[in-house]
Design a protein around this ligand. Structure first.
Ligand SMILES: [Cu+2]
Length: 140
């Protein structure tokens, strides 16, 4: 009996080991680095026009560095990072981020619905605040 149990335990351990072994290195959570800059613009290193592209339901880490523009919220947030559906500019639940000065990370899950989205700043950060947005694409 004891022997049979240990054989079963061994099987479970082997199955777990096999499963974890199947996760390729490349599937580790992708980190997307964004700069919310003092000139009221989002920036992504190496991109002339910043844009984020993710797969539907993909877990990502947003690493956002925020630099203070001319004005900020009373709670100390200096920029925002909110996701809207491009077609009707409705807010995506859970994607209403407020940014503090410096670098901060957010673990997020990409929307399930493929399509065009837009990231907008929700803090009136300067007279150029209205221009603080960027394209966000969710692919199948
Ligand atoms: Cu802003």
């Amino acid at each position: 009996m004891g022997r049979r149990r240990s054989v079963a335990t061994c099987g479970i351990v082997l199955a777990a080991w096999w499963c974890f072994g199947q996760i390729p290195v490349g599937s580790r959570t992708r980190v997307i680095e964004v700069l919310a800059d003092r000139d009221s613009r989002y920036k992504i290193a190496g991109e002339k026009i910043p844009e984020i592209s993710v797969k539907a339901g993909e877990p990502i880490v947003l690493r956002i560095t925020a630099r203070k523009a001319k004005s900020w919220n009373r709670d100390g947030s200096i920029h925002g990072f909110s996701l809207l559906r491009a077609k009707d500019r409705s807010k995506v639940a859970g994607w209403d981020l407020l940014l503090r000065p410096g670098t901060q990370e957010f673990s997020m899950i990409a929307p399930d619905e493929p399509g065009e989205y837009v990231v907008v700043c929700t803090v009136i950060c300067s007279e150029d605040h209205e221009g603080m947005f960027m394209r966000f694409v969710v692919t199948q």
